[in-house]
Write a protein that binds this ligand. Structure first.
Ligand SMILES: Nc1nc(=O)c2c([nH]1)NC[C@@H]1CN(c3ccc(C(=O)N[C@@H](CCC(=O)O)C(=O)O)cc3)C=[N+]21
Length: 291
């Protein structure tokens, strides 16, 4: 079998077009969504990411505010900036780029963001809301994966889903979203025994382990949908956590890297900024952008 390619880049472009239309409608009411991105220190990979985020934010008609702080910024200064952004009515979404320099307490910084502006969905209140089925801001990467899975499968109800990776950013919120859609969810990680056998049972595989080409083709149940969250820079360029060539022989559908989940993450960041703006103005949630 040769898998269908899931074109995340095209799906994300369609999503951004719909977001742009909704932003234009808000502007006629005098509302322009604003996204603030905070980058502490310099990291070449983050630079590329932050630039494409800024460009796409402006392309959909939103205001983009960038704040760059030196790597040795005291945590108190970052917290003071977050306070100002929390209080600024022109800012509807705040993203503090992770990882932060080692001298900072990541949880303290994230939890200083107004949960209503937490477009990453990392604030403890949003994590708890997602886990209990309340209206939350949902982390961008898992939200993008959910959109691709629903588009591919229609209903996820009763499907066996395997999430490989247990991070707060991807694995755990992904598991919550799959559960909410009535999938039967297994979360695997570095200590999981018989990962290969578990994987062979899965109708849905979401790989977010951070190890290049970790998931092998013969682990994949024939016809399964495989979502590759990995972004690994190797000598042969950017590769995912799935061995794409061999997995394509078994999967029913699979996301490529690049061009799969990555562009969906940025589109969902804009979707969350739009949702946050609507909620801040007492408007209903825009259609199709929230789980
Ligand atoms: N608070 C926070 N939120 C984040 O969402 C966050 C973060 N910090 N820190 C860094 C990671 C990384 N990340 C990516 C998003 C999109 C692509 C992306 O669009 N990648 C393209 C390829 C880009 C390339 O060629 O380098 C693709 O997969 O097709 C990559 C990486 C979000 N992150």
């Amino acid at each position: 079998m040769t898998a269908t390619l899931i074109d995340g880049k095209a799906f994300a472009a369609g999503l951004r077009t719909r977001i742009g239309t909704a932003v234009a409608a808000l502007k006629t009411q005098g509302i322009t969504p604003g996204l603030a991105v905070v980058l502490v220190g310099e990291d070449p990979a983050s630079e590329v990411y932050i630039r494409s985020k800024g460009r796409m934010t402006r392309e959909v008609g939103m205001n983009s505010f960038e704040h760059r702080l030196p790597a040795d910024t005291p945590q108190a200064d970052l917290l003071a900036l977050i306070d100002r952004l929390n209080a600024d009515p022109a800012v509807n979404g705040i993203l503090v780029q992770l990882p932060l320099p080692r001298h900072m307490d990541e949880a303290a910084v994230i939890n200083a963001i107004d949960p209503a502006k937490d477009v990453d969905g990392f604030h403890i209140l949003n994590v708890g809301r997602l886990a209990t089925g309340q209206k939350a801001m949902v982390p961008c990467t898992p939200l993008g994966c959910l959109m691709l899975l629903r588009d591919q499968l229609g209903s996820l109800s009763g499907k066996n889903a395997l999430v490989i990776g247990r991070s707060n950013i991807v694995g755990k919120p992904m598991a919550q979203l799959l559960l909410r859609d009535s999938a039967t969810v297994t979360v695997a990680h570095s200590r999981t025994a018989n990962l290969r056998d578990l994987c062979r049972q899965a109708d849905i595989v979401v790989a977010a382990v951070g190890r290049a080409r970790f998931v092998q083709g013969d682990w994949i149940k024939p016809g399964a949908v495989v979502i590759d969250v990995g972004i690994n820079r190797t000598d042969d360029g950017l590769v995912g956590d799935v061995d794409f060539v061999s997995a394509s022989q078994f999967a029913g559908a699979i996301t490529p890297v690049p061009g799969g989940v990555g562009p969906m993450t940025i589109a969902c960041l804009l979707a969350n900024t739009l949702t946050a703006t609507a909620r801040a103005n007492g408007l209903p949630d825009p259609q199709g952008l929230t789980p």
